[in-house]
Design a protein around this ligand. Sequence first.
Ligand SMILES: C[S@@+](CC[C@H](N)C(=O)[O-])C[C@H]1O[C@@H](n2cnc3c(N)ncnc32)[C@H](O)[C@@H]1O
Length: 266
Amino acid sequence: MSLFFIGIGLGNCKDISINGLEAIKSCDKVFLEGYTSIFGSSTEELFKLYEKEVIILGREDVEQKSEQILDPAKEKNVAFLVIGDVFGATTHIDLWLRAKEKNIECKYIPNASIINAIGITGLELYKFGKTTSMVFFEENWMPTTAYETIEMNLKNGLHTLILLDIKVAEPNKEDIKKGKRNVQPPRFMTINEGLNQLLDIEEKLGKNIINKNTKVIGCARIGSNNIVKYGKISDLINFDFGSPLHCIIIPGKLHFMEEEMLNTYK
Ligand SMILES: C[S@@+](CC[C@H](N)C(=O)[O-])C[C@H]1O[C@@H](n2cnc3c(N)ncnc32)[C@H](O)[C@@H]1O
């Protein structure tokens, strides 16, 4: 009996690999991690293709109540599905290790991740430095990690991928009693919000790393209808990239081929 860790790709239900689909069909229980990304197919569409009910898991389900995934995997095949790739920008190593501790056989079926799909920009993947995340600022809370990572990568001539915050509300016990799963609509940070926050950090720290003339790349819905725009922050900050998901890239030192490709996205 196995616990299958399956990446289902970035776009819609058709992006799963044949190996992934065959594994799902062999499973008694199918879970989908539903808090680090969003997908272009509904659970009904997944059900139609997989011929299995798909149980959506929140962060708490995976991080604190993992027995609901692990216990059935002791006796039956269970699938744990992740949008994109299981190990791309979301680490589910913790769940893998907990399964191993319980002597559950773990199998990995990879898929495309935002980490490699940004190759569509023309930037060479091996010239990316540390990836960072931009979280929604709160009153009296302005984390500067993304800015500091950009600073470090630029010093080394490397590109920076900035993943943008997703806020999916965890339902509380009272809501569950009332049969409600998600009481608040999820929030997805847009490229515009991310760029504004970067300028806010610049204003606060004043290190002159970023300004309105800094060249950036905005990427939306990569793997489905791919919107890529290259230009100065001032050009992109009000551009409507449409529905989520979005991410931002700050290019480092560019090879002329990278620049040629980026110019096609101006
Ligand atoms: C935590 S990562 C999830 C990574 C996923 N497991 C994978 O392998 O791609 C989620 C963030 O990556 C970015 N992202 C994921 N998919 C994207 C897409 N198709 N287009 C643009 N950005 C995307 C967004 O910034 C989003 O908030």
